[in-house]
Design a binder for this molecule. Structure first.
Ligand code: NAP
Length: 479
């Protein structure tokens, strides 16, 4: 029998076991076996890691931007050199198929290099003193950006490499040090990514990786006086909790969604169906920007459903090792939750078009038609392979239903009429509206944000650097 790896945590440049002598077993969601264990770090170790982060922050920020960039570029190169092993880790730990896992890793390499370049090309500003009544030409304001201090990066399970690096890289380029707390299911991936970081030779203490259940160390980290900014991606429930705990600490939240695909009468239905299928079912719908409901004009609803049904039935379902699109969900609890939403909808009169079979945490992709606002699936984020279709009589009704959701991450509009697309885009409350395309995070240089319960603040490389630094004004008084 293989000896399972017990992964160490990364405390200020040292790989160590926790003084708690407790570890957390990580089970693969599809191999259904333990694949390793991670440290359950203590509050004392949190204190030490944060103290080390503060000790080194000044010297890290004092390096030239170019020097910081060289460390990050080396990190990206180390990740790239390890792409297959990292992609295997993603597949094993969170059940993403290998090809998609590899894309996630390579996208991360690009994201880190791009972040370096973006930071190198961001400049300060100067402001004339005579631009305001009573001002003077003898005053010149110089605006630079300075780091916030130590950033706490908390990431979710579903993109354990990319969404972690999307916080760490801008934080470091802005001159901060980082405390990284990966999702527990996802922490082996986080550890392997930080092994690459370690090989890049960063100064000790610039980043520490602390593993442990959010419920146990999460509040302690969030409320810690040594944390100067929090960048969080995860569920709305946890995000709201964090915003209650983190008083007067800058906080960026990327949370859940219920992205609608609004399908108008004159949409190109082949293109629409293709986007909806990929948008709803890739990685079993475990994506913040998955299509989570279809709001289709009744005039084209039958035709759209007729196109969606065979496409759903053609999806490859099963093991991520066989390249499946629809894979076992992250755990049984997640599968129970999705099944509960399907059962509720069917009990309330939804039409089952296809799906609703289950084998443990593997759910067949499920298409539900004639979903009404009385059904939970109309409003709740399933994070699983189920797609509700709600038939509407007008664009106005589609916009109304889109906006009655608590969420506002992205929305898609499918129409061949650009005026109609723009009118719907104006009406929909969402961070991003996609015209004739599926919701998507990226390319990573685009701003990425959610409104209402979907988030607070903006990510995307440029905005992340801004949110992890602040302006500093120096005024030259010339006379
Ligand atoms: P989650 O359960 O909220 O967990 C996210 C992270 O928060 C994990 O690292 C978790 O640690 C940690 N955490 C839990 N309780 C905490 C506490 N009290 N204090 C501090 N941290 C705590 O979310 P998930 O299930 O991993 O991810 C799925 C959700 O993320 C979905 O709702 C999805 O829509 C959303 N998401 C949003 C985006 C976006 O960009 N908007 C992207 C991806 C995912 P543990 O794992 O140790 O509990």
């Amino acid at each position: 029998m293989d000896v399972l790896t017990s992964y160490q945590a990364y405390f200020a440049g040292q790989w160590q076991e926790s003084e708690s002598q407790e570890t957390i077993e990580i089970r693969s969601p599809w191999r259904h076996e333990v694949i390793g264990s991670v440290q359950s770090v203590t509050q004392n170790e949190v204190d030490q890691a944060i103290a080390a982060a503060h000790r080194v922050q000044g010297s890290w920020a004092n390096l030239s931007m170019n020097e910081r960039g060289q460390y990050l570029d080396r990190w990206a190169d180390e990740i790239e050199a390890d792409v297959n092993a990292l992609a295997m880790a993603v597949m094993d730990e969170v059940g993403k198929n290998f090809e998609d896992a590899k894309k996630e890793v390579l996208r991360t390499v690009d994201l880190i290099h791009y972040t370096v370049q973006e930071a190198l090309h961001m400049h300060g500003q100067s402001v004339r003193g005579d631009g305001f009544p009573g001002g003077s030409k003898d005053k010149l304001g110089i605006i630079t950006r300075v780091p916030l201090g130590t950033v706490l990066a908390i990431s979710p399970f579903n993109y354990p490499i990319n969404l972690s690096a999307a916080k760490i890289a801008p934080a470091l380029m802005a001159g901060n040090t980082v405390i990284f707390k990966p999702a527990t299911q996802g922490s082996i991936c986080g550890i392997k990514m930080i092994q690459a970081f370690d090989r890049a030779g960063f100064p000790a203490g610039v980043l520490s990786l602390l593993t442990g259940h959010g419920a146990i160390i999460g509040d302690y980290l969030t409320e810690h006086p040594g944390i100067n900014m929090i960048s969080f991606t995860g569920s709305t429930q946890t995000g709201k909790h964090l915003s209650q705990k983190s008083i007067m600490i800058p906080l960026v939240l990327e949370l859940g969604g219920k992205d609608p695909a609004i399908v108008c009468q004159n949409a190109d239905l082949d293109r629409t169906a293709k986007n909806i299928i990929g948008g709803a079912f890739a990685y079993s719908g475990q994506r913040c920007t998955a299509v989570k409901r279809v709001l289709v004009n009744e005039a084209v609803a039958d035709e759209l459903v007729a196109k969606l049904k065979p496409a759903v039935e053609a999806l490859k379902v099963g093991s991520p090792a066989e390249g499946s699109d629809v894979v076992p969900l992250i755990d049984d609890k997640a599968a129970d939750f999705v099944q509960g939403l399907i059962d509720d909808a069917l009990a309330k009169g939804a039409t089952l078009v296809t799906g609703n079979q289950r084998d443990g945490n593997l759910l067949a992709p499920t298409l539900l038609d004639n979903v009404t606002p009385e059904m939970d699936i109309a409003w709740v984020e399933p994070f699983g392979p189920v797609l509700p279709i709600i038939r509407v009589t007008s664009n106005a009704q589609a916009i109304d239903l889109a906006n009655r959701s608590d969420f506002g991450l992205q929305a898609s509009v499918f129409t061949q009429d650009i005026d109609e697309a723009l009118e719907i885009s104006r009406g929909v409350e969402a961070g991003t509206v996609q015209v004739n395309g599926r919701p998507s995070r990226g390319p990573d240089n685009f701003p990425f944000l959610g409104v209402k319960a979907s988030g607070m603040g903006t990510q995307g490389v440029h905005n992340s650097i801004l949110s992890m630094s602040r302006e500093k004004l120096t005024v030259l008084n010339l006379k």
